[in-house]
Design a protein around this ligand. Sequence first.
Ligand SMILES: C[S@@+](CC[C@H](N)C(=O)[O-])C[C@H]1O[C@@H](n2cnc3c(N)ncnc32)[C@H](O)[C@@H]1O
Length: 264
Amino acid sequence: MSESRNTIPDALRPPIIRDRSEPRFPGGPAADPAGSHHERRIRSFQPRRSRVTTGQEDALQRLWPVWGLDIDGRRVLDLDEMFGGLPVVLEIGFGMGEATARMAADDPGTGILAVDVHTPGQGNLLGLAERGGLENVRVANGDAIILLREMLAPGALHGMRVYFPDPWPKKRHHKRRLIQPEFLTLAAGRLAPGAVLHCATDWEPYAEQMLDVLGAHPGFENTVDGGGYAPRPAFRPLTRFEGQGLDKGHTVHDLLFRRVPAES
Ligand SMILES: C[S@@+](CC[C@H](N)C(=O)[O-])C[C@H]1O[C@@H](n2cnc3c(N)ncnc32)[C@H](O)[C@@H]1O
């Protein structure tokens, strides 16, 4: 048989099926850290195919083994050990991480556990943390819901930040929005009494939904006397998505709700 008859044209080759937990970069974040058994729930994010720059890839390769964490849902984290005893705030959906790095630099006495699924952003934040000498940031890769549900102990968090979560504007996608009663119950269980959940959005209907569900949830109380939106706190820097929203003429709302102590 001649060699040419053995050669399969590229178009007919079966696709290479990668192990979905395999990292895209040696030693870097896993492509799908929690694996298939957590997969069926409705996700608040959409996988994005975006290019990782050389600098981000370099940061992922060098720094992921030190400051990175794959959300595999397999163990409960020891936050004291991870952050040397600092109080820890969880930031869900840090995007490219510029605001996260600023807040970490401004407040070195607080640990920030920053979670996103977005690989370029993970590399970007690791690079910013290294350049800024920030020792209080850890970068988690995967679904924040699995992190909260499977990997954090009750009352482990001293705060939670959800800045400009995906607005999912179409009605049929509203079920994908993160801030819903079920999420708040999970979040309340992981927040210490008195800890603050801080949300911000530039999407008016989502802001209204946040105010409604937070206002109605028994685990939270508004930090604003008389209720309503909070003034933007000085510690929250302008985020990348916020800038894009402001350019479109959107109004930004901050919501700060405190975890109420469970009744004894
Ligand atoms: C609209 S962006 C906002 C990013 C950033 N906070 C900002 O304001 O520039 C929302 C981010 O949340 C992330 N995200 C959404 N749902 C998530 C989830 N369940 N777990 C982890 N990250 C999530 C998305 O990947 C995306 O990067």
